[in-house]
Design a protein around this ligand. Structure first.
Ligand SMILES: [Cu+2]
Length: 157
């Protein structure tokens, strides 16, 4: 559980829009960093909107994903980037999360924290070309849901 909570806070320091620059040095280097991320949150009905990298309408690709015990379905082997909108439905019966990793890495690129059966959450994420893995790392006994099957690789072209 703790690992899942962390993704929102520190997953992608690259494009954190505001928090760092406001209080700091004032050396004038902040111009490039701001702008993009924080202006478009008006659609944030889902609660995941606050980490959207872009408005849903700007997505290059929309991927409909279904999560259930214990598999992801709907993720194609190749996804057109870079702006990818995942629409993730949890068909349960358990809570699941949707966390994107660079393949071979343990640092989350982005993700959706655990949410309940019957809900749909969106994740808007900019993914550079490369290989990625989606995992659900909720713990069940001494295994994660990923180890039980909730782990899927895909490539961004
Ligand atoms: Cu899960």
């Amino acid at each position: 559980m703790a690992a899942a909570i962390g993704i929102g806070a520190c997953g992608d320091s690259d494009d954190t829009p505001t928090s760092g620059s406001a209080s700091g040095s004032g050396t004038g280097s902040s111009s490039g960093a701001g702008g993009e991320g924080d202006a478009h949150d008006e659609h944030g009905a889902h609660g995941s909107g606050d980490k959207a990298a872009f408005p849903a309408a700007d997505a290059d690709t929309t991927v409909d994903v279904t999560m259930r015990d214990f598999a992801f379905s709907g993720i194609p082997a190749t996804v057109m980037g870079e702006k990818v909108l995942f629409e993730v439905s949890n068909e349960g019966p358990s809570e699941h999360e949707f966390v994107v990793f660079k393949q071979g890495g343990d640092d989350a690129v982005s993700g959706i924290e655990p949410f309940a059966e019957g809900k749909t959450e969106n994740l808007a994420v900019e993914l550079a070309p490369g290989s990625y893995t989606v995992r659900c790392l909720i713990q069940l006994g001494d295994q994660t849901h990923a180890e039980l099957g909730m782990q899927t690789d895909f490539t961004v072209g």
